[in-house]
Design a protein around this ligand. Structure first.
Ligand code: PLP
Length: 558
């Protein structure tokens, strides 16, 4: 029972309520909050529950909006965890050390005793060591993964052991999770209602100035946090700017990829340098580096106008500076100052390997890549396609089953495919599915360019779960045939009738002949069979059939 974990006064509190909370309908005239009636962009109070921002985050994080709390930076949920669960003067929390300084500051402000549980010499987490520090009055354990300042992701199994063996609140701060290859603990919320995952818009999303921090947790905890917080904790300007920046999430993903590659380059470069003792492995956007003489290096960097963080007083960090990964030019300056040698721009390639060419498929072959952004009154869709380079698909539409089907196109098509759709799902799934199909069709068509040398035809008849047959011809004519019977009104969270609609819209925008037949008992298997068969047909149709390095002209082939 989560409510038993709450402080008594918190359990019984009546929140401040606003007239607009009590009345959900849209009104014409607002005379309830003593606002100035003359518009200037900020004359109205902000929404206290940030529904639009939560909807967008819900799509991106694959978690229901009701599990998301939005705070004024992560500082707010950190403070709220103490205010909710830790009676002042008579409770304690356990934190790993070294770690983020804000947990112990917020604990001290709330008169909560801090117990340190040291990580080992490589900053690895030992669940038993943490659990051994728990006392009778311990209400919460704070973990940070990837950890600040050490930079490493904590071992998943050890965190699960703590969740299994401690009956208070377990906080996993994932401020840097987008820079790591590991999976978020958000997926464990259903199993562990006492888990609170912290994330932030400040780092990977580039919005430190907006002060937006997230707690992702059981609905009960989110509801109590929302009752206790200051009612208007995220300003009108901060909400609208965050919505604007979130609407182009693939741009943020590109920056994160660049920062990760720069991190690896910087780590490789630093590890060979004379003043450096050790560069700790990092899953974040910074490096913890031990120097022979950190004060000398710090002073030299400062002299050159570069400020880094001296973490040498933190547990296990003697001689260490923490260096945030900057732009390639900034990192070159850091490399040059620490090594004492000038580094020319581009001298060290992005992956730290000087022998490798920057352009992997040089040779003048045109890129078959495209990005499309499509915004209507109901949806905003971003699609990115790379026909020649597969990567793990990034798919977020707010519809779990649809996400899973779109992933099949990436995996079984062997193409790079990213799709983000913010849609009016509270109405229904129609616009989201249709607009994804349109944007995907347009984007595939753009990536195909003049179609020179492609296979053009794709035919697939996979024999796995269901019998699905897909015939695809990219010749430029549009003929659509759908011979599929689905038995139930919905498959997963998607209306069954939308699948025909999806492929029809796709064929119209990709300009292809598309014939689909499928039979089977189970709707889920039928639809999955169709998406896989489509993906494989697409794979052979878009493949460039080069002969002796000559790309046949489009006339010769089509
Ligand atoms: C930077 C950071 C945060 C983010 O703080 P905000 O208040 O959201 O900007 C949270 N946790 C850790 C460990 C951090 O390093």
């Amino acid at each position: 029972m989560l409510s038993l974990l709450l402080r008594d006064n918190i359990r019984n509190i009546t929140p401040y309520s606003t007239a607009r909370d009590d009345c959900k309908a849209k009104m014409d005239i607002y005379l309830d909050a003593n606002e100035n009636p003359y518009p200037n962009g900020v004359n109205r109070y902000p929404s206290p529950h940030q529904p639009k921002l939560k909807e967008m985050l819900s799509v991106l994080k694959h978690v229901p909006a009701e599990n998301i709390f939005i705070g004024n930076g992560s500082d707010e949920p950190i403070d709220l965890i103490f205010r909710l669960f830790c009676p002042p003067g008579e409770s304690s929390m356990v934190q790993i050390v070294p770690t983020y300084g804000m947990y112990s500051v917020a604990a001290a402000i709330n008169d909560v005793r801090v117990i340190d549980a040291p990580l080992d010499g490589n900053f690895a987490l030992d669940a038993a060591a943490v659990l051994s520090k728990v006392e009778k009055d311990t209400k919460a354990i704070f973990l940070c993964s990837p950890n600040n300042p050490s930079g490493n992701l904590l071992d998943r199994g050890q965190i699960l052991r703590i969740l299994d063996n401690f009956d208070g609140i377990v906080v996993v701060d994932e401020a840097y999770i987008d820079f790591a290859d590991g999976e978020s603990f958000i997926t464990q919320l259903g199993k562990y209602p006492r888990l609170v995952v912290l994330q932030t818009m400040s780092k990977a999303w580039g919005m430190a100035g907006l002060r937006i921090g997230l707690a992702i947790a059981d609905k009960f905890i989110v509801d109590v946090m929302s009752r206790i917080k200051y009612p208007y904790n995220v300003s009108v300007l901060n909400q609208s700017k965050a919505e604007e920046l979130l609407s182009d999430p693939l741009a943020a993903a590109d920056k994160v990829a660049e920062i990760k590659s720069e991190r690896n380059r910087l780590a490789t470069a630093l590890s060979d340098m004379e003043p450096v003792v050790r560069v700790y492995p990092s899953d974040a956007n910074f490096l913890l580096v031990r120097f022979r003489d950190k004060s000398e290096v710090f002073a030299r960097l400062l002299q050159a106008g570069i400020i880094v963080r001296d973490r040498s007083s933190a547990y296990g960090c003697d001689g260490c500076l923490r260096i945030t990964v900057g732009t390639p030019e900034e990192n070159d300056r850091v490399i040059s100052v620490i090594s004492g040698k000038p580094v020319g721009k581009g001298q060290i390639p992005a992956d730290g390997n000087p022998d490798k060419e920057k352009d992997p498929d040089g040779g003048g072959k045109p890129d078959r890549r495209a990005s499309c952004f499509r915004k209507t009154g109901e949806t905003a869709v971003s699609v990115r396609v790379d026909l020649d380079n597969f990567h793990k698909p990034v798919i977020a539409t707010g519809l779990g089953f649809f996400n899973h089907m779109l992933e099949q196109i990436g995996y079984h098509g062997g193409i790079g495919l990213d799709i983000i759709c913010f849609g009016d799902l509270s109405t229904d799934d129609h616009h989201s599915v249709e607009d994804v199909a349109i944007a995907l069709g347009d984007c595939l068509k753009e990536a195909l360019g003049d179609k020179s040398g492609i296979g053009r035809y794709g035919f697939c008849l996979p024999m796995d779960e269901a019998e699905a047959m897909v015939l695809l011809d990219l010749g430029g004519r549009t003929d659509f045939l759908w011979d599929v019977t689905l038995h139930e009104p919905k498959v997963g969270d998607v209306s069954s009738q939308m699948f025909r609609h999806f492929f029809k819209s796709l064929s119209e925008h990709l300009n292809c002949n598309l014939h689909i037949k499928a039979t089977g008992e189970n709707d889920h298997h039928i639809v999955e069979g169709i998406f896989k068969a489509f993906a494989r047909a697409l794979k052979s149709a878009v493949k460039q059939e080069q002969q002796g390095g000559v790309i046949p002209s489009s006339k010769g082939w089509l």
